[in-house]
Design a binder for this molecule. Structure first.
Ligand SMILES: [Zn+2]
Length: 383
């Protein structure tokens, strides 16, 4: 069984008409899943998320921060009302709804050993005491806290274009939660962290892993980086449950990052995460959404992720009714698999291609050497 979290009220998480995070992406994703017929076969159950309770939020966030969010007042100390995170009416409950979905999903996975997908979640930048990067409450961390009550080892894998800094921060000293983030290097992109030497602290040393990619990295680089690091980490850590942040902003058409993943490359990453969770974690997976700022990419990406979780081939068409809806709501044409990728200077400029490849080689070599020192069971798979 796959539990899919959705509510029309997700649209209330809304920073305003000029903010890059557009709530309509969630409704469009849900409608696409419906129109593909993904919810008709009895293997997906749609769940209305509950609001996260104050007690649940306190497992990650400070009481002062909760109070600041509840007050709906701009407050620079808590990252509220500045730039990325404007305060809006109803911000506390809208944020609690997203968090509540991920927490409830974690609870079901602990009880039933299933797969759950909360694509409104994945708000990985929120800090215990501060809003950051469009994220108010850190639902991945809240879900991991819930899972930790039952499971000894949780593996978090984050493929959003941005570093999963908030989740890393919460579990930085915890050897029971292995966080892995693949992202565009912090030298070039928000939040400016996520380098190979951020490995954790105290007993958690070796349980934070970062794979920073050079700008321009595409499917080939993603596959190489993933296969070099992630399967050996599963083998070394042997997680009982997997939490995955599936942000869709590493796509070449995303306006915020400078990466070149295609829909096909994204789908392959989701498939590999699915295979590894079957191999190591008895099929237990909490999948979350995350970033994604091109409305023609995000719904298609998350609908593809659901198809992969169901074990289906990713459909290579868009339902006409949905394409019409998209045209009316957004305008223009969404992308659709098969996605042949960008035809741009990266493909054509062999010199830049080679520099990207050499830069990635150095990063992977450095990271593998560090991990081999910490984890005797970390074995290097050379590809
Ligand atoms: Zn992102």
């Amino acid at each position: 069984m796959i539990y899919l979290y959705y509510s029309d009220r997700f649209s209330e998480y809304n920073f305003g008409p000029h903010h890059p995070l557009r709530p309509v992406r969630l409704a469009l994703a849900y409608r696409l899943m419906e129109d593909y017929g993904l919810l008709d076969e009895g293997d997906v159950q749609v769940v209305e998320p509950p609001l996260a309770s104050e007690l649940e939020l306190l497992s990650v966030h400070t009481p002062e921060y909760l109070e600041a969010v509840r007050s709906e007042m701009p407050n620079i100390l808590f990252g509220l009302g500045i730039g990325d995170n404007p305060v809006f009416e109803g911000i506390y409950d809208a944020s609690r709804l997203v968090a509540g979905g991920s927490i409830d999903a974690a609870r079901r996975i602990a009880e039933e050993g299933c797969v759950a997908f909360n694509f409104a979640g994945g708000l990985h930048h929120a800090m215990p005491d501060r809003a950051s990067g469009f994220c108010i409450f850190n639902d991945p961390a809240l879900a991991i806290r819930t899972l930790r009550r039952k499971f000894g080892r949780v593996l978090y894998i984050d493929i959003d274009a941005h570093h999963g800094d908030g989740v890393q921060k919460v579990f930085y000293d915890d050897p029971r939660v292995l966080t892995v983030s693949i992202h565009e290097s912090g030298r070039h992109l928000f939040p400016g962290t996520g380098f190979v030497d951020e490995l954790g602290e105290e007993t958690g040393f070796g349980y934070s892993v970062n794979i920073p990619l050079p700008p321009g990295s595409g499917d080939r680089e993603y596959e190489r980086a993933f296969e070099a690091i992630v399967p050996p980490l599963f083998e070394a850590f042997r997680p009982e449950v997997v939490v995955s942040q599936l942000g869709a902003d590493a796509h070449y058409a995303d306006p915020l990052a400078d990466l070149n993943l295609t829909l096909s490359g994204y789908g392959r990453l989701v498939s590999r995460i699915g295979e590894l969770k079957d191999q190591y974690a008895e099929g237990r997976l909490l999948a979350l959404g995350g970033g994604g700022y091109n409305l023609g990419v995000v719904p298609v990406s998350w609908a593809a992720a659901l198809q992969i979780m169901k074990g289906e081939e990713v459909r290579e068409y868009l339902p006409p009714f949905w394409a019409e809806l998209f045209k009316n709501e957004v305008g223009g044409s969404p992308l659709c698999p098969p996605d042949r990728g960008p035809v741009n200077e990266v493909q054509e400029d062999g010199g830049r291609r080679r520099r990207i490849s050499e830069d990635l080689d150095r990063t992977l070599g450095d990271l593998r050497a560090r991990l081999a020192e910490v984890h005797p069971r970390f074995r290097i798979i050379d590809r």
